[in-house]
Design a protein around this ligand. Structure first.
Ligand SMILES: NC(=O)c1ccc[n+]([C@@H]2O[C@H](COP(=O)([O-])OP(=O)(O)OC[C@H]3O[C@@H](n4cnc5c(N)ncnc54)[C@H](OP(=O)(O)O)[C@@H]3O)[C@@H](O)[C@H]2O)c1
Length: 442
């Protein structure tokens, strides 16, 4: 692990420790710090805008984990997004800042700026493509010049999808050309729930779809080449034999993040890019009916400021209980898990992707505990530990990267495997071209 010094005395700073997610991050960092090998204990701090509430967070973690030392051994840093000097002072104390202050479109940029200016690597759990892509457009060169890594979307958005594709590419024996992923989430009798800040991020993100299109034009990217047969997109709602339920295209940040990674791997490491489509299971016909009503209402309301006010004031009502101001209960968290299954196709070793149809298939899976507050937290903390321990394996000398681009050559997948998110190959085949199996039968 990187050495801390007297002028930079901390490995990790958890910023936004008083938040719903931040509290879980604090507990996970405390567990990992307790595991750290004898010679190099992890030194860390909690940061936020109210000292008393930060003390409460440490007291709660100390009680829950039976670690009384957290009350005395963990530094407290008071920092507010709107006070530049407080962010600078925070960033100068740590090697890596884990930023849990969101929605990122409102609070993220000053933290990215302060990290770059003050030489701390920056990681977050943002799932907002506008913010993630804008940070890359506006700060990549500066971050690279300063030797700072800015790696967004290190939570459930979008580590399982992004590293899931990287893993599938690695496991495929040949040239992988296309992947479809299907996300399913299972929960116990209490159902599942997300906290209000994620709902707010979604409301403001959907309302601002146009700015994302404008932003993408500014990159001036050429389209990624289509290798192999072009994949035909499926409809906006269909029954999937693969996951045996109705599915819709996944509207989160995964496609945006995966596209950025695939572009990086193609342009910087000459890898063949995959065509990617992401879907999410919605369940049976009753859930489809609810989704259509809720989706239509959301789509209308999100366009107007009064509509957005209603959506953000009554998250539970408008999301049919999927998001709430109080967030999920511990029981809901304990009984929820996710599975993301990747169906890939391509050309086996020795076959030419410019000739004929794909002749080989692979099915991989990423499974994990509750996505929002267990898998996300584990992914963020493991990403932070990877930056501390494997900086030499990250690309270039700094810059703004997606997780798949940043961690492609590190051991993050293996680390995640040991901490709540596992990656596996379910099936790989190279059948005779005229007898390709349907994946639903696999
Ligand atoms: N990728 C994923 O899958 C995933 C999963 C979970 C969450 N998230 C994202 O993580 C973010 C946080 O979610 P959450 O549910 O934890 O939200 P939350 O409970 O509302 O926490 C927000 C945090 O930001 C802090 N904050 C707000 N304004 C601040 C300011 N001016 N200066 C310093 N700190 C400030 C709050 O501090 P106070 O306590 O002082 O108000 C609190 O600590 C959201 O963007 C959410 O979408 C992503």
């Amino acid at each position: 692990m990187a050495d801390v010094t007297s002028d930079r005395p901390l490995h990790l700073v958890v910023f936004g420790a008083t938040g719903f997610t931040g509290g879980f991050v604090v507990e996970e960092v405390a567990r990992r710090a307790a595991d750290s090998p004898g010679g190099s204990p992890l030194k860390w701090a909690v940061a936020g805008r109210c000292r008393r509430r930060l003390e409460d967070v440490l007291n709660r973690a100390a009680d829950r984990l039976s670690m009384p030392q957290l009350r005395t051994d963990v530094e407290i840093i008071v920092a507010d997004v709107s006070v530049e000097e407080s962010l600078a002072a925070m960033c100068r104390r740590g090697l890596v800042v884990l930023n849990c202050v969101g929605p990122y479109r409102f609070y993220g940029e000053p933290v990215v700026k302060a990290c770059i200016a003050n030489g701390a690597h920056y990681l977050d759990i943002c799932g907002e493509p506008q913010f993630l892509e804008r940070m890359q457009l506006e700060y990549h060169a500066e971050a690279a010049a300063k030797g700072v890594y800015v790696i967004g979307s290190c939570g459930f958005d979008s580590i399982p999808a992004d590293l899931g594709i990287v893993y599938t590419q690695r496991q495929f024996k040949g040239t992988l050309t296309a992947v479809e992923s299907f996300l399913t989430i299972s929960s116990g009798p209490e159902g599942m729930c997300g906290h209000d800040a994620t709902w707010q991020s979604a409301v403001y993100g959907f309302a601002d779809g146009r700015s994302l299109r404008r932003l993408r034009k500014k990159f001036g990217h050429r389209p990624l080449p289509t290798v192999g047969a072009k994949v035909i997109k499926r409809g906006s709602l269909f029954y999937s034999k693969e996951v045996q339920q109705y599915v819709i295209p996944f509207m989160g940040s995964d496609p945006s993040v995966v596209r950025r990674t695939q572009r990086f791997l193609h342009e910087e490491q000459q890898q063949s890019p995959v065509q990617y489509s992401a879907y999410v299971g919605v369940g049976g016909l009753l859930s489809v009916a609810k989704l259509l009503c809720g989706g239509l209402l959301f789509w209308v309301l999100v366009k107007f400021s009064l509509g957005r006010k209603l959506l953000t004031t009554f998250p539970s009502f408008f999301s049919f209980g999927l998001f709430s101001k109080s967030g999920p209960s511990m029981k809901q968290i304990e009984n929820t898990s996710f599975s993301m299954t990747f169906f890939g196709e391509g050309y086996a070793e020795g076959s030419d992707p410019s000739q004929g149809r794909p002749d080989a298939k692979i099915c991989t899976q990423v499974v994990g505990a509750e996505p929002g507050y267990v898998a996300t937290v584990s992914a963020l903390v493991q990403a932070g530990v990877t930056v501390l321990g494997e900086l030499h394996s990250l690309p270039g000398r700094g810059g703004v990267y997606s997780p798949g681009a940043a961690f492609n050559k590190t051991s993050l997948i293996n680390r995640l495997h040991k901490h709540s998110i596992s990656f596996s190959v379910r099936n790989q085949s190279r059948p005779p071209p005229d007898a390709l199996p349907a994946w639903g039968d696999a």
